[in-house]
Design a protein around this ligand. Structure first.
Ligand code: PLP
Length: 389
């Protein structure tokens, strides 16, 4: 049965990607424990479905989850996921209330926030102190302030100093020295805090750092993009042993003749230079298939690449399939994914859009239903809910 637009997510691939990332983790000392894997499932699991991705990641060996917002934490808890959960973002007073209600860990870097937290904490709250070692976003750059915040958390009743963290700005960039500088700054601060508070979970690495440098692994890594089988370096996921988990498909709703000189779509941005045939796919920027892909993408139909021609509209695109046998009404059309020997990757779409693979999958809108499977075997909603986190 053809489907208008569908994102099929292979949960088995997410499991294997987690196992692959875990296999890269290196203990800080020869007899030390293997660092933990925290699966980052914010932004609806980078567009893959947060709860289903979280469950797959936990099955694949992740032991923590991380999200950006209180609402995302609440959605995971509502789905019955009880795993250790870190909310990494800045929180309004209202969001803090929801985060605490979800029994999620929070991040602090100002004494004022710790004071607020101390007064609001209805129960033991686990806190991670964030050093801004160079990202220039969340966290304090001031090493003394970071130390004072850690001391204040440790001294407060009902607050537990659980972790120390930072985030890298350039882990995915080649020929860069800033990553090493950040790592050094963070490691020196960690050594100082650990002298006073030894039992802490120290974490810094995203997917790129995890694959790039074992020295960044500390006690835990926070991997997002890699668990979905997207290449953190924007190149080629299989090269790094990662398997893309998401496929985006549509169907050929119609095939029509387009004579030389005739056009397709708004603004007549495609005018046929020869007699040809156009396949109509009922998918568009209302699904997150961006308008900037106008005359700027390929689609796989019957195992062959064909150019998207004309303007991407909200609900439709047209594909130049050449001869009438290039596509038949009812055919599947692959926008992201493999068909035969060829594959269109999120990285390819990202390059065309001058963006990163993260934005391609995060940008798929809720109008596109997500269907979950394990290596082709459909996974029902009931089965999903039953999978124990
Ligand atoms: C603080 C933090 N840690 C970890 C991650 C995961 O990064 P990645 O998806 O590159 O693995 C993110 C994602 O942006 C993040 O904001």
């Amino acid at each position: 049965m053809p489907v208008r637009a569908l994102a099929r997510v292979n949960l088995a691939a997410i499991e294997r990607n987690c196992a692959r990332l875990r296999s890269a983790l290196t203990p800080g000392s020869p007899d030390g424990p293997v660092p933990a894997l925290c699966a980052v499932v914010k932004a609806d699991g980078y567009g893959h479905g947060a709860a289903a991705s979280a469950r797959a990641a936990l099955a694949g060996g992740a032991s923590w989850l991380a999200v950006a917002t209180a609402q995302e934490a609440s959605e995971l808890r509502s789905a019955g996921i009880g795993a250790r959960l870190l909310v990494m973002g800045a929180l309004t007073a209202e969001e803090l209330g929801l985060t605490l209600h979800c029994d999620a860990d929070v991040v602090a870097w100002r004494e004022g926030f710790v004071d607020h937290l101390r007064r609001r904490a209805p129960h033991e709250v686990r806190v991670h102190v964030k050093l801004d070692s160079g990202m220039g976003r969340l966290g304090t750059r001031d090493l003394d302030e970071a130390l004072r915040v850690a001391d204040a958390v440790a001294a407060a009743p009902r607050l537990e100093l659980s972790g120390l963290m930072t985030h890298f700005a350039t882990a995915d960039e080649r020929n860069d020295t800033f990553f090493g500088e950040q790592l050094e700054r963070f490691a020196a601060w960690v050594a100082e805090v650990r002298g006073r508070h030894p039992a802490l979970v120290v974490h810094a690495a995203n997917s790129a750092a995890t694959l790039r440098d074992p020295a960044s692994h500390f006690d835990m890594v926070r991997c997002g993009v890699g668990i979905y089988g997207l290449d953190p370096f924007g190149e080629d996921a299989p090269l790094r042993g990662l398997e893309p988990a998401l496929e985006l498909s549509s169907w050929v709703a119609d095939v029509k003749r387009c004579a030389r000189g005739e056009s397709a779509g708004y603004g007549r941005r495609f005018i046929a230079e020869r007699d040809t045939h156009l396949a109509l796919l009922p998918v568009g920027y209302g699904d997150g298939w961006r308008r900037a892909l106008t005359n700027n993408a390929d689609i796989l139909i019957r195992g062959r690449r064909h150019p998207l021609v004309g303007t991407v509209s909200m609900d439709n695109i047209t594909v130049d399939v050449g001869s009438p046998s290039g596509a038949h009404s009812g055919d599947d059309a692959i926008l992201i994914g493999a068909d035969g020997v060829d594959r269109i990757t999120a990285e390819e779409i990202a390059r065309r859009l001058n963006t990163i693979n993260y934005e391609v999958t995060c940008g798929l809108l809720p109008r596109v239903p997500r269907a979950f499977h394990r290596d082709g075997r459909p996974v029902s909603a009931a089965e999903l809910a039953e999978t124990q986190p």
